[in-house]
Design a protein around this ligand. Sequence first.
Ligand SMILES: NC(=O)c1ccc[n+]([C@@H]2O[C@H](COP(=O)([O-])OP(=O)(O)OC[C@H]3O[C@@H](n4cnc5c(N)ncnc54)[C@H](OP(=O)(O)O)[C@@H]3O)[C@@H](O)[C@H]2O)c1
Length: 278
Amino acid sequence: MTPIPSMRWPDHLFLIGCGNMAGQMLSRWLDCGLDPARVTVLRPSGRPVADGVTVITDYPSALPAGTTVLLGMKPYQIADVAAALAPLCRADTPIISILAGTTLADLRARFPAARDIVRAMPNLPVGLGEGVTALFTDATTGQTGKADVEALIQPLGLAEWIADESLFNQVTALSGCGPAFLFRFADALARAGEAIGIPADQAARMALATVQGSANMAARASAHAGDSPAILADRVASPGGMTRQGLNVLDADDRLLTLLTDTLAAARDRGEAMARGE
Ligand SMILES: NC(=O)c1ccc[n+]([C@@H]2O[C@H](COP(=O)([O-])OP(=O)(O)OC[C@H]3O[C@@H](n4cnc5c(N)ncnc54)[C@H](OP(=O)(O)O)[C@@H]3O)[C@@H](O)[C@H]2O)c1
């Protein structure tokens, strides 16, 4: 991977937790040229992360100057983490939280000294630089703080600032959880192929390649010609042909739309419950 020369990295990055999600973010940053010597990861297991990255299992007595903190552990661990971490944070310690269902007000209450606090909701393809990250902050965070976080998020893929935090659980449902819904769709497409007689391994290969090619095509069509996925679906469907018959099943009574709306609503509701501490 060629480093992106214009990248602006924090002087130091301190990750609290480095599992599935924060691990993908860090992997992409390292691929894009972040010096591993500038990174410290705190994880209870002490498992190595990447060559040159310092891994610790307990909090240091102080943070190096210019440290940006990324909260990447599970949301329910915030009380314990904040009790140990907040005394180390100063006004000029930016904090980025990827914790689902943890509000900015909650973060501000737990890290009262920090000025720049940003909620970020990435998704797993950030590891490829093809992710989506929703961002939210408030007026207390300075413009420079916002710009620094945006610069850090930029190599991960699409970054979208959300104006209204009350929509954060909705965007988390769409793009944060979205890869799981797409993976489920790809799996169901393969199993449906098997159900109508295609050998299982062949159906799995063909379903995955169909999802991959179609997603790439949809992205290009949108960027180059402004053609939406809905238009592309109609382009596959010859009048009176096979695809139309299949689409009629998905479209009947808005079946697929209703299913996905219910899916996103359930994920959103869980985020709201988590914010209430449930
Ligand atoms: N997974 C996703 O797609 C996704 C997407 C967006 C946001 N998120 C958010 O990302 C966060 C992490 O999710 P995940 O899926 O990456 O979970 P995960 O794979 O289980 O990773 C959790 C990490 O937290 C560490 N950890 C455990 N206890 C800790 C403690 N007491 N103090 C500090 N670190 C601790 C773990 O350490 P060890 O490595 O040593 O076990 C691990 O590195 C969650 O807040 C979630 O809401 C996840």
